[in-house]
Structure formats: C-alpha cells, structure tokens
Design a protein around this ligand. Structure first.
Ligand code: ADP
Ligand code: MG
Length: 482
C-alpha cells in the first residue's frame, strides 16, 4: 500500500503561449493558424543567408500587458540571446529567445481550490520565437516539416516549484488561460497548440526543504491532461522511491489514449545551448512612460470585476466568479441587468438554462436566439411568482425558442402555466384540504411531517395545477403548525 501522506508533490509549470500578433516576431509573415503548410514562410522564416530579424513591437506590448496583469516586475533593459541546437524544424540552427534575460520577473497568479485561495509564484515570463512543426505520422518514410509556425512570437510563463497538488495545477492553468484570453494576449487554444504546457514534477518527504530529482512531462494538450499526468507521476515517483530505486531525471511524454507517461529521453547530461547575445538585434529599452501607457490600456480584470459585481449586484462570490469567467459573459450580464433588477435571478438564468442551451448548440451567449427583453420578461414572470421557475425554464423557454417572436407572458398563458398566487384563494384551498382530512392532520401533528407533500398535492389538484406551490407550502406549514 502506497502512503501518499508521507510524500509531498512538487510541481513547476512552464507554459508557452502564442502571442496574438498579426505577424511573426522578427518578420512580417502571417501567423494565422491552419494555413496550408509552408505558405507563411518568407526568407527570414527560412533563414536564408543575409536575412536579418526586425523586432515586432506588438509582441513586446502583449508581453508587458501580461506581465502587469500578473503583478510582475518589468525589466527595463532587454536583449535577446541565441539558443543553439540542431533540429530539422529550426532552420537557423538556433532559437532567438530571452531565456537568459526575461522581460518580466516574479509576479503571481491567484488561484482558487477547495482549500481556498492561494497565489502561485511566477519565476519569469520571457519572449521567444516558436520553431516549426515536425509531422511524423503523415508519411511512412519521411518526417514532414511545416515552417508556418517558425518565428511566431511566444511568451514562456514559468512558475516556481510551488504547486503541491494536481488541483492547484488545474486551477493555475484555468486562471492563467482566463487572463490570457481576457487581455487578448493569447487565444489559449491548447488543441491548436497556441497554449502548451510542460509539467516538472518531483516528490520529497513532507517537511523536507530540498527539491527532489524531477521529471518533465511534455505533450500535454489540455488542462485536464496536465492534471492527469501529474497524478500519474506522483504515484509513479512514490512507487520508485518506496521500491528503493532511483528516480532518473528525464523527459517523459503523456499518452492521453492510454493515460500513461513514457520516457522520451534522459536529462542526465544537460544540453549545452551555448547561449550568447543575438548580434543582429540591438537591445531594447522600456521606459516608465511606456509601462504606464500599457497599464492604462488594460481592461478591467476579472479579479476586480468579481468584487465589483458582488457589491453592485449582491451576487455571491461563486456566482460573481462564474459570471466574470469570460469577457463576453460579463457584457451579456450587463445587458440583462439594464432591463431587470432581479440580479441574482439573471445570474442563475445565465449560468443555468441559457448556458446549457448554448453548450448543447455550440453557440456563445451572444448568439442565444431570444432578445434581451424577452429573457428579462421571462425572468420577471418567475420573480413576480406568475410562473414557476421549472415551467419558465422548461416549457415556456422551449416554446419561445421555437417561436422566437412570441411574448413570454402570452406563451405562459396559452400553455396554462400562469400560477394562481392570490393569497386569499390559496388559503381557502389550503383550509378546505386540511378540514377534509382530520385523521391525516392528527398524524402530521404527531410527527409524520412527510405528509406535507400529500397535502400540497391535494391543493395542487384543487387548483388544477395552477397554484404557486412555494406559497402553498408556506401556508400549509403555517396552518398545520398552528
Ligand atoms: P529548465 O529550463 O532546465 O527546464 P528551470 O530551472 O528553468 O529548468 O525550471 C523549469 C521549471 O521546472 C520551473 O517551473 C521550475 O519551477 C521547475 N522545477 C525545477 N526544479 C524542480 C523540481 N525539483 N521539482 C519540480 N519542479 C521543478
Ligand atoms: Mg524546461
């Protein structure tokens, strides 16, 4: 039996995020995803002799934007270095990277897990160019190479080794991706490879300070897979240690179909990249004026919006966080609350029936087929107790979706779903039911509280299904307990 309580998991994540610039980091080639192979490749991307890199300012803007949002220190004096290695998808034979001098240092990402909120400390964010793509499974005899991606700008976001559970890693990546999208720095699409994550994983005896030997897992193409790979490695490293075997520092790959990791290469002899400053690019200096301009251009971030919505619309922290998950949702919420003041109900409808429909139909909230005023009318019908929530979100909503030009109240009427909520009338029915069943009342009073459902059912019958059952239950409880 493996004793997980004896060991502490230690994880550091390296995330590559493709910056949403129109052109590449050092030339004007297009960066669009999905173009035919090798169609976005100028002589610079192909590393023809005599070509020279020219820095794309838009990439710097985005990296600084991200750095400010993640509470980093922004480096003023910056330069690029060459990271030398040979690989067929790297035409120059070196990658131009800031590895040795990152543009952003420190900073953190605020996360939320079952244990509460926490901050994951960042080590750095640096800018670098992407390599091309090697495709090994297209041809039987050859590896195919697509250089469209070569030279596309990336930031690498590196955490300190301070993540201690796969849930924390999951939350970190979710929050990071939210920020990347919110700032329009990166589209965060892990399947298309515009956000990629490597997980460095080690274990140590709880209480130890020294880091253990780590493995690095690559090819994690979803946040869920990062979580799964960490869980697998945690178990595997414990088992090796418990078997008195030695953990080898290595690079592993994750196979999502089999849900296993396997060794790619050993890291025993660290590669020598022979870094040196890129001679073809002058250093670039960032001044305070530029940093404050970028700061001023930042949109309001989810962190502060969540607090604002809790105050302004009296939402719970959970609801507020859910509404503020995506920029589009916030805009949609704000449109709805212009037309109804039932804020809590707006959040419930948005996160419940509306989101459900959108997910089922693979559309965004903006494309929801009903007009804002129709949705608000529907919400108000429920809040003024004219229609029950279950009827409104069920029958009325689906009728409206099939007949988007009709009016919610008329639909509810035509379907016979307007509730009776005249208190006098409800009370009359309640009293009739109670006086017709003295035996049951006695049983109820002697402790069979479950009978309340039976009484309620009788009232419902009397009203031909029209009674506002929430009110009926209140009245029944009052009468029976008096
Ligand atoms: P490299 O560039 O060789 O991959 P770094 O020292 O820059 O190495 O670290 C890369 C990532 O690995 C960082 O996120 C760091 O926090 C993490 N890391 C380093 N050592 C360990 C360890 N022993 N256990 C877990 N994570 C680690
Ligand atoms: Mg690494």
């Amino acid at each position: 039996m493996i004793d997980n309580n004896k060991y502490e998991l230690v994880v550091g994540l390296e995330v590559h995020a493709q910056l949403m610039t129109n052109s590449k980091l050092f030339c004007s080639d297009n960066t669009d995803f999905g173009a035919s192979p090798n169609t976005q490749v100028s002589p610079v991307s192909l590393a023809h002799p005599g070509t020279l890199p020219v820095l794309n300012k838009a990439a710097i803007d985005l990296a600084v934007k991200l750095g400010i949002a993640l509470h980093c220190d922004i480096e003023h004096y910056n330069y690029f270095a060459r990271k030398n290695y040979f690989y067929p998808d790297l035409p120059k034979g070196y990658q131009i990277s800031q590895h040795t001098a990152p543009i952003c240092k420190n900073g953190y990402v605020k996360i939320q897990t079952q244990l509460g909120s926490n901050q994951i400390q960042l080590n750095r964010i640096h800018i670098e160019e992407d390599a091309g793509k090697s495709i090994h499974d297209l041809d039987e005899n050859y590896t195919c190479i697509d250089l469209n991606r070569a030279g596309v700008p990336l930031v690498e976001i590196v955490t300190e080794p301070v993540i201690h559970s796969s849930e924390e890693a999951f939350s970190f990546l979710t929050e990071l991706r939210k920020t990347l999208r919110w700032l329009e720095v990166c589209d965060g699409n892990m399947e298309e490879g515009s956000m990629r994550c490597d997980a460095n994983i080690s274990i140590r005896i709880k209480g130890d300070k020294k880091l253990g030997k780590r493995v690095e897992v690559k090819n994690l193409n979803s946040i869920r897979n990062v979580k799964r790979a960490i869980d697998i490695e945690f178990e595997r490293l414990i088992k090796i240690t418990e078997d008195n075997k030695e953990i080898i520092q290595e690079t592993r790959s994750y196979d999502a179909d089999k849900n296993i990791t396997f060794s790619l290469r050993s890291k025993e002899d660290a590669e020598d990249y022979r870094y040196f400053p890129e001679p073809d690019l002058p250093p670039f200096v960032i001044d305070e004026t530029y940093i404050s301009q970028i700061k001023a251009s930042l949109p309001e971030l989810p962190e502060s919006l969540v607090l604002k919505f809790q105050e302004k619309y009296h939402l719970s922290e959970y609801d507020s966080m859910s509404v503020c998950n995506e920029k589009q949702d916030v805009a949609y919420f704000e449109k709805l609350v212009e037309q109804t003041s039932h804020y809590k109900a707006v959040a419930n409808w948005m996160l419940g029936p509306l989101k459900y429909y959108c997910n089922e139909n693979n559309i965004s909230l903006n494309e929801f087929p009903l007009a804002i005023n129709q949705i608000c009318e529907l919400i108000d019908l429920v809040e003024t107790k004219q229609v029950s929530f279950s009827n409104a979100s069920g029958k009325v909503l689906s009728h409206l979706l099939n007949n988007p030009d009709s009016k919610p109240k008329e639909v509810a009427k035509s379907l016979g779903l307007i509730q009776e909520n005249n208190e006098g009338l409800l009370l009359l029915w309640v009293e009739e039911v109670i006086s017709a069943m003295p035996e049951k009342v006695k049983e109820y009073k002697s402790g069979k509280k479950g009978l309340i459902g039976m009484f309620a059912g009788e009232v419902k019958k009397k009203s031909k299904g029209a009674a506002d059952m929430q009110q009926v239950n209140q009245l029944l409880t009052q009468k029976l307990n008096s």
